[in-house]
Design a protein around this ligand. Structure first.
Ligand code: SF4
Length: 283
């Protein structure tokens, strides 16, 4: 196993991963074991770069990068053009802030305990005295995309809104918005909702509980607990796509976890046999 890494920051994706499986989070963020880049991830990056170029530079610049293959560019272009047609994305507004890093400016940086919250807001728009935080999402099926009522509790949106409320002390209500692009049907739709400062503070407090648990897990691992021995509350090795070990084509750490479970089972069996012997001896 690699050396433990310093762990100084958190992000929405880290919190979501920890909530899915604390072991997977620890393998990835405490040991820094990289997962293979999947096609949805690569396409997502290509798409985001092209949207950014469209809004900032008013053109769909093609990057000279191996990820920018003909097929990916063609699909991204088609989705962006559909988004322009139905006014989901526009480069006409002068007050667009694109890909804003929330962790750069120390004065407004957000911390949970001693962890810096990192993230990039895809698009911030200030219009008619009101902020809108927008995130572009590509999906192969709207079934997997967030629903309107889920925006108000989404980890990423809550972290961004909390940062924005800290940044603009006069704001009391913010629009949260997902621009969703369906890669299969090429449909583009918008879901949005409004959140108040009070609501965001309340949701942010829930997230701090998760970060506290992350810190406890980190302490255990730094004190010598093996990651594969950390407690998880689901059946390890379950390969259903709806379960953590089977999701997204299967977890890359399954061998470590399955081996550890076998050892645990053997130890439990030894202990059980020991108890039976002891009872028989007493009789
Ligand atoms: S195999 Fe399952 S328990 Fe192990 S890290 Fe992956 S998701 Fe978690």
């Amino acid at each position: 196993m690699k050396e433990l890494k310093e762990h100084t920051h958190i992000s929405a994706s880290q919190i979501k991963l920890f909530q899915t499986c604390p072991r997977k989070w620890a393998f990835k963020y405490l040991y820094g074991i990289k997962e293979e880049r999947t096609e949805p991830l690569i396409f997502g990056n290509v798409f985001h770069t092209m949207v950014e170029n469209y809004i900032n530079n008013k053109q769909l610049i093609l990057e000279d990068d191996k990820d920018f293959t003909k097929n990916r560019i063609k699909l991204a272009k088609e989705l962006i053009q559909n988004g322009i047609k139905n006014n989901t994305i526009s480069n006409k507004l002068s007050n667009n802030i694109v890909e804003h890093p929330i962790h750069i400016n120390k004065k407004h940086a957000l911390y949970i305990y001693d962890k810096l919250v990192k993230g990039y807001i895809d698009l911030m728009v200030y219009n008619n005295n009101q902020w809108s935080i927008q995130d572009h999402k590509t999906t192969s099926n709207f079934y997997w995309a967030l629903k309107e009522h889920e925006l108000k509790t989404d980890t990423q949106m809550i972290l961004y809104a909390k940062w924005l409320f800290n940044f603009d002390k006069t704001a009391n209500i913010i629009e949260l918005r997902h621009n969703q692009f369906n890669k299969r049907t090429k449909e583009v739709r918008v879901i949005k909702d409004m959140v108040t400062r009070e609501h965001v503070n309340e949701q942010f407090n829930f997230l701090t509980h998760t970060v506290k648990q992350m810190k406890e897990v980190e302490d255990k691992v730094r004190q010598g607990t093996k990651v594969e021995h950390l407690h998880v509350n689901f059946t390890v090795g379950n390969m259903k796509a709806s379960e953590p070990c089977g999701a997204f084509g299967g977890c890359p750490f399954i061998t470590n976890c399955m081996d550890a479970e076998k050892v645990n089972d053997r130890d439990k069996e030894k202990e059980r046999k020991g108890r039976l012997k002891f009872r028989a001896y007493r009789r």
